[in-house]
Structure formats: structure tokens, C-alpha cells
Design a protein around this ligand. Sequence first.
Ligand SMILES: [Zn+2]
Length: 133
Amino acid sequence: MTKAKGYELAKSASLRSDFYKCHTGAVAIYGNKILAYGWNSEKLSLMQARYNTKTRGFDGHKYKSSIHAEMMVVNKIKYLDVDFSQVRIFVWRGKTTPMLSKPCKACEKAMRDLGIKKVFYTGTNSYISEIYN
Ligand SMILES: [Zn+2]
């Protein structure tokens, strides 16, 4: 699957967001297979709360930990029997032109913990790829 297609799928997932501010979408791709879609949402997430507490310097259980797009994807794929080092995550933010959607520290840690290494996200009018070591 091409990178362009990955971003297009992540963009389509962003349309499902009900978050009051920005709408972010994410997708996990394994070879040519779509494993799961995610989007940020007003819905609170215990997993997001735990990772917020661990990585973002505030008590994620005390403050509203609404789920991020990448966290929703990780939560959906975490028990799949796949080689996570080969899974690609695409993240999109923006209505038509891309805006920065670099994963926050909580989502980055959740992806790293699962063994995900290939992350592609939008920048301001650009596309950024990162390999986690
Ligand atoms: Zn995040």
C-alpha cells in the first residue's frame, strides 16, 4: 500500500472524530491489510489516562483523558498476532491541507510499547515519517 493511500485512509478516519476541537484520524496498515482505524474522541479512555500519567506530566485520571486517534488504533490492534515492527501507522489532521499531527508522548509510548516502529504523520503542509528505535 502506498504512503498516499495510507494518509488518505487516515484522513477518512478523521471524519469520524467527535472531538470539539481538531479532528485527527489514524490507521494501522500491515502489508496491504488495514488492521484498524482510530480517531480522537470526546470519549474517555483508561488506557489514555494511564499513558498520560506516565508520560505527559499530569494525572490523567484526575483530568479528562479523551482518547487520541493513535491510542484508539493501538487499543484495537494490541492483541493481534502480527509482527508489530512491520505495522505502519498513518496519522492525519486537517480538513483539506495537512496540519501537524505528530503523536504526543503518550501515544508515542503506547506505540513503542507494542513494538511499532514505522509512524507517518502530517506536518504543516507536509508529510513526516519517523522510525522508532
Ligand atoms: Zn496522543
